[in-house]
Design a protein around this ligand. Structure first.
Ligand code: NDP
Length: 336
């Protein structure tokens, strides 16, 4: 049984040395337990936070422990009354080929709904994040302008497409010409700007002649700096993620802009609201029905970026934090 452990905590950007691949004996299930074999592992930006010591909304991975995360797995042995061999489940088993489970946190996946890996993306946690943050906090109305970065990614792609369905004008921001072309031409955003090219702030101002009513915050950093002056009165800002800062080791240089920011929050009556997807767990059935329907009808498109082999997960997680993924990043650990 191959596993990937957290070997040491990163300082700044993670390196391959922070991970260790080990081979352990295949466990065997006790009464009431199941043995799961992993098919797909999800790689997500939040995993960077779990590698650090500070506790955020979830506890860190222990040094020497198996890297955590959600996987799609198949039940290969079962001593559990509720699960049969061959069943496909979403399971919090982390970065390993096989794992024991007592059934806690398992969710059966219906292969009839589409490729089972979609439960890690558009029909799973990132999709629910997009749907609930946009609708509950963003509250899109026809004719409004929405901006979202990491626009070709798991969350951003769904945010923009739902906002289009709600009648918004949608401007994406993504890294590189190829991602921008995809966001505009395949996902149907009104425009998409490359944040790696010069003068983002000027280009964004031109792309948003009526200002910005909803900024779905995925990244922070220079994107937020470009967005902030363009926010309209009563703009809503679901604060979903700040990936530009996840590898930061110190506060940025420069003047303290907090008073200026708070002044604008006041005079423009801005609503910033942070959230964690689990805050909206009760909306999962409604999400699955609505987004699942849009996906079947072709109104929402979805792109996966699949890498073969558990051993490549460390390199690929480092890549997600650098913007090297193109679509929802998953690792194929085994075949069904
Ligand atoms: P993505 O599939 O979008 O992958 C991450 C992308 O972030 C990269 O591909 C890159 O895209 C972009 N990125 C990385 N660094 C920067 C930077 N410095 N400036 C601008 N863009 C950058 O990941 P997800 O869709 O899974 O996650 C998107 C965000 O949502 C993350 O911040 C994540 O932490 C957050 N999130 C929050 C949840 C919650 O419950 N609050 C739940 C799930 C996700 P590009 O090359 O286009 O710039």
């Amino acid at each position: 049984n191959r596993q990937i452990l957290l070997a040491s905590r990163p300082h700044g950007e993670p390196t391959l040395d922070n991970f260790q691949l080990v081979e352990t004996q295949l466990p065997s299930p006790a009464p009431g337990q199941l043995l799961l074999r992993s098919l797909y592992l999800s790689l997500d930006p939040y995993m960077r936070g779990r590698m650090s010591e500070e506790k955020s909304y979830a506890s860190p991975v222990e040094v020497g422990g198996v890297m955590g995360g959600q996987a799609i797995a198949v039940v290969v042995e079962s001593n559990h009354p509720d699960h049969r061999v061959g069943e496909i489940v979403l399971a919090p088993i982390g970065w390993q080929e096989y794992a024991l489970s007592d059934g806690d946190g398992l969710q059966e996946i219906d292969p009839a709904l589409g490729p089972v890996s979609y439960a890690l993306g558009v029909l799973g946690m990132p999709g629910l994040t997009a749907y609930t943050g946009l609708l509950n906090i963003g509250q899109p109305k026809p004719g409004e302008t929405l901006v979202v970065a990491a626009a070709s990614g798991a969350v951003g792609s769904v945010v923009g497409q739902i906002a289009k369905l709600k009648g918004c004008r949608v401007i994406g921001i993504a890294g590189g010409a190829e991602k921008c072309r995809y966001v505009k031409e395949e996902l149907g955003f009104d425009d998409c700007l490359d944040h790696r090219a010069p003068n983002l702030a000027d280009r964004l101002r031109t792309a948003c002649p009526d200002g910005i009513d909803i900024y779905f915050e995925n990244v922070g950093g220079e994107v937020f700096t470009a967005v902030f002056p363009l926010l309209n009165n009563f703009a809503r800002i679901p604060v979903c993620g700040l990936i530009a800062h996840y590898n930061a080791t110190e506060a940025p240089a420069g003047p303290d802009r907090l008073p200026q920011l708070m002044h604008q929050v006041l005079v423009k009556r801005l609503t910033f609201r942070g959230y964690i997807v689990s805050d909206f767990a009760s909306q999962y059935p409604q999400f699955l029905e609505e987004v699942g329907g849009w996906l079947r009808e072709g109104k929402v498109k979805y792109k996966e970026d699949v890498t073969e082999g558990l051993e490549n997960a460390p390199r690929e997680l480092i890549g997600v934090l650098r913007g090297e993924n193109f679509g929802k990043k998953i690792v194929r650990v085994g075949r069904s």
